[in-house]
Design a protein around this ligand. Structure first.
Ligand code: ATP
Length: 695
């Protein structure tokens, strides 16, 4: 139901007044300071922050209004809610309320009814009544839409979703956007959850997981501004293109400096250039091509095995053994007759330096023996003899220290694989890893173990996280989460994912308790988001039919009532028809105003072939391949495994036949991911027999 409402005069007047107030406050700040005075420079930084806040407000001052009467007051007071807050300069009263402020939570949690409501203020619970809930759309400084979703005493039927539907109907460009104006109650609960938790969120495709995680960071920074710093927050996402796609949201929310990275990039950075990932091990080649048989996934799959907490514990045992046997039971003989007893060396290493990490203990030990050596040399009067002894002593010290293991992650990792493992490591994994390590290469699943070892040798090296977001968390291993946890004083995680989209099951989790089990009860909370906002009712219902084949036991996604075109399933007579069908799909959707259109293929190879055909046919499209760091929008040709996390106005599944999408859980997940990328329109072509997953 779409009832176009005309902007209120009252809101127009308030908006004009708001713009005047913003301008007045902007003018009051005065000119930019360019001088050298340190105190003035600090003040200028604050002023610049205010300027930026006011500029943000000037483009869209607020999006909501809530008339709230506090229990102790006789009249309701209109609260205008915006992305940032602003006080009235004269009265000092809030003029616009930051969406993250406690009172603003009412705007999101309130879903109707005349009963009293409460919110948690810093001084305790505040109770009162709501008289009006109004959404406002302001674009280009113009009030475009006013929708009341609640009026005290009114009939309030059917209006609740209108503003949300209006927002969801938008066409998308190449960036994910903020949703502050339409955050839903179940999403708000997650955004505002307390800081010291490992929140684990299973959310249906399009339920807003990525978006919520970013809003949660903005909330935490606001709520705990004295304790949390943006530079100590980090977001892990599956690839650099996805990072590019989400990179606009935090700046829109006024948040800067949060590190956004992939696990591999982060790990390689910590390992400081000492480790190289093997070439030719891209996931497209290894796991998503159709050549040969696709490897079965079980606990002996390398990613699952090396990502398990059992492997982590086994490595810990090896590290303990290393530490216990670190020293050689030999004295250090600097030259004939000048001996440092092994008991003294042991005392330094095991008692005096026991509080240091192994790398530091080793370094300190070298320095200490060196000092002892220098002392011995001072007793030698003859300079020539002293020089000779010094040379011998230094050479012998080097040789002595070389007998001790290196406290270096890669060397240690190599040594545990080379020593064998009493059958703990499955033969195939052992041999494959040894072969890579021999060439100085590692595989992606070796990164968490290597950083773990590095951490054991060197400690956190000053790295502390105040909060960690892990997106697409069904694809990360328990070992990775345990590793990230060591960089926090107390667990503060937002871990989000969807098991039905677990296409990287060869390295990810199969159940959420694989992750939650590592946190104690008070630190761990699990949420399920069933409502899906991205796609039309028809697309969600269609994708829900594929869901049971993923074998995850997850409930179907629940659509918001946004109806669109039916899903099209089109058989292809002969190969040439495919190009014609793709061309007409693109043209048709462009004419209908779709801004982002994706041709989703099963493999890299299929993408390349289709893309090659498109160019001579006069269709410009971006071909997405692994390792790409930018998502440009427009028309895109993308393999399904790289489309995860992205969304497009219109999606064409290039060939949904039985060969490409067989009746396996892995193919079901891939097809589910592909179909759920579409916001407004979805078409599936197929050549030969239709995939049994569609039925
Ligand atoms: N409350 C909301 N109001 C408006 N739009 C919303 C809301 N929640 C989610 N959306 C929109 O739904 C779409 C999906 O959001 P997002 O990509 O964050 O979901 P997701 O759960 O991470 O999806 P997936 O797992 O399928 O990648 C986005 O376009 C987002 O803007």
């Amino acid at each position: 139901m779409e009832t176009q409402q005309h902007p209120h005069h009252e809101e127009q007047a308030r908006l004009q007044h708001t713009f005047q107030e913003i301008e007045r406050q902007r003018a009051d700040i005065g000119p930019v300071y360019h001088g050298q005075d340190y105190v003035e420079q600090l003040l200028e930084a604050k002023r610049e922050e205010t300027r930026q806040r006011l500029d943000l407000l000037a483009s869209e001052p607020y999006f909501g209004r809530l008339d709230f009467r506090e229990e102790s007051k006789s009249e309701p007071f209109p609260l205008y809610i915006g992305k940032r807050g602003m006080d009235d300069k004269e009265t000092g009263q809030p003029y616009i309320i930051d969406w993250r402020a406690p009172v603003a939570s009412l705007f999101y949690s309130f879903t109707g009814g005349d009963a009293s409501v409460t919110y948690e203020a810093p001084d305790g619970t505040i109770e009162g009544d709501i008289y009006l809930k109004r959404s406002l759309s302001i674009r280009d400084k113009t009030l475009q839409r006013v929708v009341d979703s609640y009026e005290r005493g009114g009939d309030n039927i059917g209006l609740n979703d209108e503003f949300l539907l209006y927002k969801l109907g938008d066409k998308k460009d190449n960036r994910l956007r903020d949703i502050v104006s339409t955050i839903q109650a179940e999403q708000d609960l997650i955004i505002r959850a307390p800081r010291y938790k490992a929140l684990i969120i299973q959310g249906a495709a399009g339920s807003g997981k990525t978006t919520i995680a970013l809003h949660r960071l903005a909330f935490l920074l606001y709520q705990y501004q004295q304790q949390i710093r943006a530079e100590r927050m980090i977001i892990f996402a599956p690839n650099t293109m996805f990072l590019d796609y989400i990179s606009g949201v935090l700046p829109e929310l006024g948040v800067g400096n949060v590190k956004q990275t992939t696990f591999a990039e982060w790990a390689l950075d910590i390992l400081d250039g000492n480790v190289r990932l093997a070439d030719g091990t891209t996931e497209g080649n290894r796991w998503f091509s159709l050549e040969g048989t696709r490897p079965a996934i079980n606990d002996e799959t390398p990613g699952r095995f090396k990502g398990s907490l059992t492997f982590q514990k086994w490595l810990d045992d090896q590290l303990r053994v290393l530490e216990q046997n670190f020293l050689v039971d030999q004295p250090f003989e600097a030259w004939e007759g000048r001996v440092l007893p092994s008991e003294t060396i042991r005392e330094w290493f095991e008692v005096e330096y026991r509080h240091y990490h192994l790398a530091a203990r080793r370094e300190r030990l070298t320095a200490r023996i060196n000092r002892w050596l220098e002392m011995q040399l001072t007793n030698i009067g003859d300079p020539k003899v002293r020089k000779d002894k010094s040379k011998t002593g230094k050479q012998r010290l080097r040789a002595y220290m070389n007998k001790l293991p290196k406290a270096d992650a890669l060397s240690f990792y190599q040594s545990v694989f080379n020593q064998g493992s009493d059958d703990f490591i499955p033969k195939k994994i052992l041999n494959e890893t040894k072969a890579y390590l021999k060439k100085g290469h590692v595989l992606p699943e070796d990164l968490a173990p290597l950083v773990w070892i590095h951490h054991s040798f060197n400690g956190a090296e000053g790295l502390v996280f105040d909060h960690v977001v892990v997106d697409e968390a069904q694809d990360v291993s328990p070992f990775q989460i345990a590793l990230l946890n060591t960089f926090m004083n107390e667990p503060s995680f937002t871990i989000l994912g969807d098991l039905a989209q677990g296409i990287h099951a060869y390295r990810g989790v199969q159940r959420w308790d694989e992750l939650s089990a590592m946190f104690d009860e008070q630190h761990n909370s699990y949420h399920v988001l069933k409502q899906s906002y991205r796609s039309t009712l028809e697309i969600i219902e269609f994708a829900n039919r594929i869901l049971p084949f993923t074998d995850t036991g997850l409930p179907p996604a629940e659509p918001v009532f946004r109806s669109g075109d039916p899903v099209d399933i089109v058989p292809l007579g002969k190969a040439a028809d495919q190009l014609a069908a793709i061309t007409s799909f693109i043209r048709d959707n462009q004419e209908r105003g779709m801004r982002t259109i994706a041709i989703i293929c099963r493999t890299d190879e299929e993408c390349r072939l289709i893309h090659e055909l498109m160019l001579p046919a006069g269709i410009e499209a971006n071909l997405i391949a692994e390792g790409q760091s930018q998502y440009r929008g427009g028309v895109t040709v993308v393999p399904v495994y790289l489309a995860k996390g992205l969304e497009f106005d219109a999606v064409l599944i290039a060939n949904a036949n039985e060969r490409l999408y067989a009746r396996t859980t892995q193919d079901a997940k891939l097809l589910y991911v592909g179909c759920t990328r579409a916001l407004h329109r979805l078409t599936l072509l197929y050549e030969g027999d239709l995939s049994p997953l569609i039925g």
